[in-house]
Design a protein around this ligand. Structure first.
Ligand SMILES: Nc1ncnc2c1ncn2[C@@H]1O[C@H](COP(=O)(O)OP(=O)(O)OP(=O)(O)O)[C@@H](O)[C@H]1O
Ligand SMILES: [Mg+2]
Length: 353
């Protein structure tokens, strides 16, 4: 065939509060949204990034596949959290083949798990001459615990799909950003994605990976605090958190509880920024780009702006993606905050790395 089409894939972001499924088509580097479905997951199905109830999780996935009338079987998925390690390390210069051979030994000191229990991948970012005059290189190292990989890929297989790529949430967010935003060579941008259980932080310098960290706090913390302090059910606490009225709940008290959790999340972000600055020298962050379901907490943007003393802007994961008129504008608005990881997975095709 002369016009061999790249094989179509679907992106599936298995978040702890919902599964997001996306299908994008591509023509000459431009993407069009074909499908986007969301399947809510009850809080006990995935806990702390571990699939506790795979039966219900598979069911939810199958439902959304059916609802969206998905034909493609090839799925790109991602993992995140404490079973995932992403590090930028400096190694003596060697070829990609040589590094493939020795990566296990090189990586051992950077990975806090048994090296035989992880799957590893790497990417050579740049080469430079070290202070001793020897050639060195910056390498991006990614390791995921094998049992985590098996849990997530089994889920996809049980739902009747084929996992063709397993990515990492933070890389997917980086991909999503680079597809949608112009890169300013001189700018350092922090992408902050506040989910339910995890907040992903990505720092890009001139569009290139500089730092990433997943912190184990997100929207669930608001719900838990509201439940505990106000004696609410999970459902009511979720509603209060989203600014809905719940009988007998008074608002000044809620606001204090919400603000305390926002402060907690912000201080974790500040700590990560501090760590980034300490390890990279005196690098400044120019702005924050915000996403994730929990970025919709009332006043979150202003709160972060004030505490971090940085401009904060919401990410639009569909900024450069064509959305056919068949999609309802209200629906697109409702998925914008939660779509970044899915979009980053949806743009991946089988023949890319
Ligand atoms: N309008 C809103 N206001 C505040 N919080 C909201 C709102 N809408 C959704 N959330 C919260 O956002 C979170 C879900 O966000 P998201 O879909 O990004 O997380 P996830 O991918 O399911 O979780 P994770 O990646 O952390 O496992 C939930 O905690 C939910 O309660
Ligand atoms: Mg998520």
């Amino acid at each position: 065939m002369f016009f061999r089409r790249k094989k179509e894939t679907i992106g599936i972001d298995i978040g702890s509060s919902s599964i997001k499924l996306i299908q994008l088509s591509e023509t000459e580097g431009r993407y069009t949204l074909e499908k986007f479905g969301v399947a809510a997951l009850a809080p006990e199905i995935i806990v702390d990034g571990t699939i506790m109830d795979s039966v219900r999780c598979v069911e939810a996935l199958q439902n959304v596949v059916k609802e969206q009338a998905i034909v493609t079987k090839d799925a790109v998925i991602s993992v995140s959290g404490h079973s995932v390690i992403v590090k930028r390390v400096t190694l003596p210069q060697m070829s990609e083949e040589e590094l493939s051979e020795s990566i296990k030994w090189e990586a051992e000191q950077y990975i806090p798990f048994d090296i035989n229990e992880v799957n590893m991948d790497f990417q050579i970012l740049s080469t430079f001459v070290g202070p001793d005059g020897k050639q060195q290189m910056n390498v991006l190292l990614a390791a995921v615990k094998k049992d985590k990989l098996t849990d997530y890929t089994s889920l996809i297989i049980e739902a009747g799909l084929t996992p063709v790529i397993v990515d990492i949430d933070s890389f997917a967010i980086e991909n999503m950003y680079n597809v949608n935003y112009e890169i300013n060579e001189k700018e350092t941008v922090a992408l902050i994605n506040i989910g339910a259980g995890i907040t992903n932080i990505n720092i890009l310098q001139g569009g290139m990976f500089a730092f990433t960290r997943d912190i184990s706090i997100g929207g669930n913390r608001y719900t838990e605090s509201l439940q505990k302090d106000l004696g609410l059910s999970y459902e009511d606490a979720e509603r209060v958190k989203k600014g809905e009225d719940v009988e007998g709940v008074d608002s000044p008290e809620t606001e204090t509880i919400i603000e305390n959790v926002s402060a907690e999340i912000t201080s974790e972000i500040t700590r990560s920024f501090g760590y980034f600055k300490a390890t990279m020298g005196s690098e400044n962050i120019d702005k924050v780009m915000l996403s994730g379901g929990s970025s919709q907490i009332k006043n979150m943007e202003a709160f972060l702006q004030e505490r971090l003393e940085l401009p904060v802007e919401f990410i639009n994961p569909f900024r450069k993606i064509d959305i056919p008129p068949s999609f309802d504008a209200g629906y697109i608005k409702s998925i914008t905050a939660i779509a970044p990881v899915a979009v980053g997975l949806g743009v991946r095709r089988l023949d890319d790395r």
